[in-house]
Every structure is written in C-alpha cells, then in structure tokens.
Design a protein around this ligand. Sequence first.
Ligand code: AMP
Length: 485
Amino acid sequence: MDLIERIDRWGAVAPEATAHISDRKTLTYGQLRRRSDALASYLTERFGDDRSPIAVLGHREPEMLIAFLGAVKSCRPYVPLDTALPQQRIDKILATSGAALVLTPEDVRQLPESQMRCPSRGLQGDGPFYVLFTSGSTGEPKGVIITLACLEHFVTWMLAEHRFTEFGEVFLNQAPFSFDLSVMDLYCGLATGGTLFSISRDLIANPKELYRALTSSGVTTWVSTPSFAQMCLVEEKFSETMLPRVRRFLFCGETLTPQTAGLLLKRFPRAEVWNTYGPTEATVATTSIRVDAEILKQYSALPVGRTMPGSEIAIVNGNREVLPVNQRGEIIIAGPNVSPGYLARPDLTADAFFQYRGQRAYRTGDLGRFRDNLLFFEGRIDDQIKLSGYRIELGDVEANLRAMATVRDAIVLPVIKDGAAQSLAAFVLLAARDETSHFNLSYRLRNQLSERLPAYMLPRKFIFLDAFPMTPNGKVDRASLAKSL
Ligand code: AMP
C-alpha cells in the first residue's frame, strides 16, 4: 500500500473522521477521498498525457489538501503557493514550474463532488509528488522536486520513530504548505488517520485569538519552527494547562536552543521534545534526537541527532573527502529521501547533487561535525540564512534590490542578536544622487521590494552609502559592513 492508498483507506473505513480543521472549517476523510478522486478525473480528462505540475494557490483552506491529493492521484506533482507571496514572485515560480494550471480553493470548491473512482492510479515511486520552491541565490526561486519514494522514506521513518496513535492524533500545522516543514504534519497526520489543525496567519498575528484556538485544538503533536514555540512561550499560560493533550514537540528548520527546549520541558512535563534537521532537498528531515534533561545537561549547543535508517550523512572537506569524527566540514546527505534535483535547472542540480556510495546525495552547504555519534549543526558555508525559520539566500534579496532602477548596488546582511538573525539590513548605493530623506527613500524601496519578495525577505533597515568598503583583494568587505550594524 503506497502513501496515497494509505490516506484513501481512511476515507473508506472512517469517512466521517476529521482530516483537517482550519478556521472552523472541517474536512472529513470521506470528503477528501471523494473530492480528490473527482479532481484527479477532471485533471486527467483535461490534460491527458501532459504531466506538467499543478500549482495550488491558497493558504490553509481544506481545499488545499483536496488539490494536493487530486494532483498526485492524476500523476501530476503539485506546487504549493501561499497567497502571502507577491504576484511577481508567483509569476516567476509559475514560469519556472511550467504549471499546466493554477488551482485556487475556490476552483476546487466549484468542482462537482463525484462518486467516481479516479481512473488513472499508479504514481510510481520515482514520480514527482510535489515541487517546493525555495530562495535561490541569484534572485530566481528554485523548485525542489520530491518524489513519492522520497516522501515515503521520510514518512515511514517518522511513523516508526513516533508510533503515532491511529485516529488518535491532532497535529499542529503552523508552517504554510509552501514550506517543507508542513509536510511533516500533513503527511504524518494523513497517513495515521489523524487530524491536521491549521492555524492561519491571521491567528498567528493575533496572540489572544491564537491562544484561544490552541486551547480548543486538542493538539497532541506539535510541529513548528523553534521560533514559533519561542514566541508562544512568551505567554506564561502557554503550558500543559493550555494544551493538556500534547505529547510531543517536533522541531525542524532552524537551531533549537537549550533555553527553548528547557522551558518547554518545564511547562509540559509529560511531553517529549525532538530536534530534527534537514533541508527541503532531502525531504523535511534526515536526523533527529529526543532532547531530554540528560541531553540538556550534557550539551550547551544541542545536537541535531542521528541519521534516519537507510540514509547516510557524511562530513566532507572542499574536495568531498570524508573527514574523521569531531572534525568540522560540510554536511552531505545521501539516501532515498534525497530529491532528484531542481525543476528545469540542470545547472543547479549538477552543482548540488551527486552520487555517494551508490546513493543520490546532496551537498547541503551546512557546516557540521559528528561527536558522540551525534550530528551537530554549526552554521553555513555560504550566504544562506534562517530568519524566523524562513530560508533566505541573501543574494536573492540583493538581486531583487539591484533590479530596481534607483539602485546601483546592494549588499544585504542579517542583523544578529544572541547568535540568531533577527532581521535584515540592506546597504544600498543609489544609481543617482537623491535629495529625498533616507527615511522616505527606505520607505519607497521597501514598498517596491514588497512587490517582488515575500514580507519575511524585506530588509527592516536600509543604509545608504556612497561606496562599499573593500578588502585588500578588492572584494566588498562584508565583515566590516556587518560590524557597523
Ligand atoms: P529548509 O530547506 O527551509 O528546510 O532549510 C534547510 C536549512 O535549515 C538547513 O540546510 C539548515 O541550514 C537549517 N536547519 C534545518 N534544521 C535545522 C536544525 N534542527 N538546526 C539548525 N539548523 C537547521
């Protein structure tokens, strides 16, 4: 039974069970099955042999799940897009993905619900399941292809490690569907007949409403970025009293600090806290560790854990030679969870993907080391950063700034506090002298940039210079710019 059949089985054995809750709207497993079948039939009829991806543009609507499954049941990958993205970014992604269609929740709603079984089953293991777009260093988002086999390798591991109770779990869905962290709650939830409890961005922006929603959520498995949990912990009532059923916190995507883990263990003494690590290119997470009092006592920087069975992680030097234990180098990941590459970008694929000991492998650009048989993440080789869990290539923001007529050159750097990026700062050389105040210039640039980039990629601070400081070998001196922040 593959993952799709597994999800569909709930539609047959427990059609009234709740698959998804979002903004008080619910979707049952029966509806999910029937309506995704109907959508698959429609897509097959409309597009025949054309297996181009189906873009799905929405936020947390139940129809998003129907659209995802409808697409894959018709053997087409889906490209999840969040409505928070500016139109220009969406247009770029659509152009790269070659999507046959952009489906919105409204489109899915209008499709007649049919009892018809989907005629064309049979997505093969190596068939693309979804394509997720992430920030690319040249300003062009890159689409990571994840196959059914990649996803099944990941979900099988998660299910074995956590032994989720069938029909007994409520998974928190905090990450938008356009980020791969959401794949953890979405497919662990659907594979086990659980309920996905989505919190919309309106709720996240309104703490009072958010805590109210959490209180009534019945969440048993919390999946979020550490940043989001940190934000929730500011409220003292965020504890076992608010979420009495929570049994585990699963984190991925950025550094989990001992402070956050320690506070969670104190406020939720009956829950487990897990740190997991991995890039989108290796399907959500490849390593994991349960962080308990013992681990907290032993390590001041938390490990990201042990590698999932069937996959391999090695630490390599610049020549891709494997380094001994305890030496710092680049983390490479090999195994069935590694993506076949970037959609329509053989150049980027050849740079980042290769064969390692007979398996597909990915060069993460992350620095790390093995110690005590555990992997430790120790930063980046390049200019990719994490800001509130969002992956950002600084070069992406720079390229979009440079594309503006008023900007001659730009360097973007993270503003670091307590070892983590808090915001972005842009150093800008203007194309022509401008007497407008810096305040107004910043406002204008930020506004223009917001038409091209999502809000989390916008610099908070703009600093206007006549020239960049240079290193003795003629490169922009980023270190001295960073010091000036
Ligand atoms: P994304 O593709 O958005 O999931 O981002 C992947 C990157 O996030 C990784 O390459 C790491 O740089 C970072 N990352 C993921 N998990 C962790 C973790 N547990 N601790 C620290 N950094 C992480």
